[in-house]
Design a protein around this ligand. Structure first.
Ligand code: SAM
Length: 279
């Protein structure tokens, strides 16, 4: 086993050796807590024959933990400065491939040929939602996502109807996956320490959606519309957000949903009923 990168002194040494100034703009908060790395790897439940996509390896902290489990790691990093550094910090591992690119732009299915794989990442917080939604909407053959996100975002992902945290992100994540917050991570586990607490969330991809819907596009249009303005009633939001205004009442009647309710009170089943009533 190589010396662990996930320690304050080792990380500071690497930063100093390579003269690296971390970029706030790219969401660079590096883990310095090996216990957290171990807990993430164990939440991912990795087998040596598996492939893992890591997003944003940084200086290789989590990558090292993944590589130690014996799996094949494909790690996509946007910051060109880190590519050379990763070549050095991870030189002892022949099961890691670093890809220089933007996770929001690269063709992931060209980079990973495995039939099924896992995604494990300490995500850059400025683009957490686009990354997670992008991975889910592309319907890539992902078995699970184990990601570090802001605690508040994790709470939105697992939120149930009725609360302030419940929104379009909750519905989408719960439509595609079964999410569970695994543990909370304090700011002191990172350099530099972020202003907020973090959480590791595990999302197991569903084989099929938990609700029957005829047209997925309509389902997500209804969801987006329902949360467009949280103060407004469902009827007003649906009318204001692209559904045929003259049909909204009839659609809600067919679905058996009271239009004076707010979007945040609707379950996935109820969103599905509205989408299915909208022919
Ligand atoms: N994995 C490392 C760790 O746990 O210490 C670093 C995590 S840091 C929170 C996020 C990483 O994502 C940074 O290395 C950053 O450069 C990278 N990153 C930011 N935007 C990215 C993008 N669009 N595509 C790929 N990587 C990105």
């Amino acid at each position: 086993m190589q010396p662990r990168i996930a320690k304050r002194d080792v990380t500071l040494h690497i930063l100093k050796t390579f003269g690296l100034h971390m970029s706030k703009k790219l969401g660079q908060n590096f883990l310095i807590d090996e216990n957290i790395v171990d807990k993430i790897v164990s939440a991912a439940d990795i087998k040596p024959e598996e492939t893992v996509l890591e997003i944003g390896p940084g200086i290789g902290t989590l990558t090292q933990g993944l590589a130690e489990s014996g799996c094949q790691v494909v790690a996509v990093e946007l910051d060109a400065r880190l590519i050379d550094i990763l070549g050095k910090t991870l030189s002892g591992y022949n099961n890691v491939r670093i890809v220089h690119g933007d996770i929001l732009k690269i063709d992931i299915s060209r980079e990973i040929l495995a039939e099924r794989y896992k995604v494990v990442a300490n995500l850059p917080y400025y683009i957490t939602t686009p990354i997670i939604m992008g991975l889910l909407e592309q319907r890539l053959p992902i078995e699970r996502l184990v990601t570090m996100v802001q605690k508040e975002v994790a709470e939105r992902m697992v939120a149930r109807p009725g609360g302030k945290d419940y929104g379009a992100l909750s519905v989408a994540v719960q439509y595609y996956t079964e999410p569970e917050i695994m543990f909370i991570v304090p700011p002191k586990s990172f350099i530099p320490a972020p202003a907020v607490e973090s959480a590791v969330i595990r999302c197991i991809l569903r084989d099929k959606p938990p609700v029957d819907i005829n047209d997925e596009k309509k389902f997500f249009r209804v969801v987006k519309a329902a949360f467009a303005q949280r103060r407004k009633t469902l009827t007003n939001n649906l009318k204001g957000a692209g559904l045929p205004a003259d049909q909204v009442q009839a659609i809600l009647d067919t679905a058996g949903i009271d239009g004076t309710r707010r979007g945040e009170t609707l379950s996935l089943d109820e969103f599905a009923a509205i989408a299915n009533a909208w022919e």
